[in-house]
Design a protein around this ligand. Structure first.
Ligand code: PEP
Ligand code: MN
Length: 346
């Protein structure tokens, strides 16, 4: 835990009081528990999907953050998305920045940022792009490397899921694990908050990241998460952060078979989460169908429909008899449960 990179601080810089109180509590909590904060994060230019949402305090926050850097000795980092953002940061001696996932998708913008960072001593964290494209992530890192940036870190924040999902973003652990194989010298940090989307999953995701051998964690922290202007559900207090850290287990050395198993098990967990949510969704549709049938005095069991369902599933059984047998049993169960539900509407 001692050499783990720890990045904490609010999702967004809201006002001076919020930044100051959060930094003060972080300093107090972490010092008391012998943890060290590597970087204090705060988004001052927030890339929001909805233009009417809070977009961070902007340039006004730079002197506040600069003051925090001086007073607490934390290095501060902010998100940059335009070349001029780097100029503003430099004026306030903020020399660590991150490139967000909406920016990493665009090689033109990354190129401009890399160009503007040349010879200025910035440390740069590169988040994975919003689309699951390892080459694009790696390409962004390469651009900063070519520009001569010495301290580059990769931040994994998952990718949005088109299907059902319990987490805010799907971790796709195999992607950062592969990046680590390709670029072992680049520290890999897990942005636990944006993967989880909910503070209840932060501990679990942090532990998985450590088990995969990540070098650090980024966890959004706010002195009063309940009044946060962005990402309130996923932020925790500095005291909750120390409890989370205390509960983590750091393993010495990672066995390659364990790593392989961990990767596969996490993929299965993701699929299981999706199946359970999809089944719930399917049951809700069954309830609607039952209502329609009941309103129109139609029979509950429609053999034609059931045969269509069987046909649909059989298209994917690939001549595997065991799988076909499993699917048949599964469909019978599904059918029974569906009839049972519809009877409730009689
Ligand atoms: C953030 O870290 O505040 C952020 C906006 O993250 P991302 O770019 O990963 O969505
Ligand atoms: Mn956030």
């Amino acid at each position: 835990m001692k050499d783990m990179l720890l990045i904490a601080g609010p999702c967004a810089a809201e006002n001076e009081e919020q930044l100051w109180n959060t930094a003060l509590q972080l300093a107090d909590q972490l010092n008391k528990n012998d943890y060290r904060l590597s970087y204090f994060r705060a988004g001052i230019w927030k890339p929001r999907s909805n233009p009417n949402e809070f977009t961070g305090a902007g340039i006004e926050a730079l002197p506040w953050l600069s003051e925090i850097q001086k007073k607490f000795g934390f290095k501060v980092c902010v998100e940059v998305a335009k070349p001029e953002h780097l100029d503003y940061c430099e004026q306030y001696d903020i020399k660590t920045v991150w490139v967000g996932s909406r920016t990493t998708v665009n090689p033109f913008i990354v190129e401009e940022l890399a160009e503007n960072s040349k010879g200025r001593g910035f440390s740069v964290m590169v988040k994975n792009p919003m689309i699951p494209d390892l080459k694009l992530w790696r390409g962004s890192i390469e651009r900063f490397r070519k520009a001569g940036v010495e301290n580059i870190m990769a931040v994994h924040r998952g990718v949005p899921e088109q299907n059902e999902n319990i987490l805010r973003n799907t971790p796709l652990w195999e992607m950062p694990v592969e990046l680590k194989v390709q670029l072992p010298e680049i520290p890999l940090i897990c942005d636990v908050s944006h993967i989880a989307g909910d503070k209840n999953y932060l501990g679990q995701i942090s532990q998985i990241a450590l088990d995969f051998g990540f070098n650090g964690l980024m966890i959004e922290t706010h002195y009063r998460p309940e009044i946060a202007l962005s990402d309130a559900r996923q932020q925790i207090t500095p005291s909750e952060l120390t409890t989370l850290l205390q509960n983590l287990k750091v393993r010495d050395g990672i066995d390659s078979t364990d790593l392989l198993l961990l990767k596969q098990r996490n993929m299965i967990e993701h699929i299981d989460n999706q199946i359970s949510l999809l089944l719930k969704k399917r049951m809700n549709i069954v309830d609607h169908i039952a209502q329609i049938k009941s309103d129109h005095n139609m029979p509950i069991v429609d053999p034609v429909q059931f045969n269509k369902v069987i046909e649909r599933y059989n298209r994917n059984t690939d001549d595997d008899d065991d799988y076909r047998e499993f699917i048949t049993k599964y469909l019978e169960l599904l059918h029974q449960s569906s009839i049972q539900r519809q009877r409730r509407h009689e």
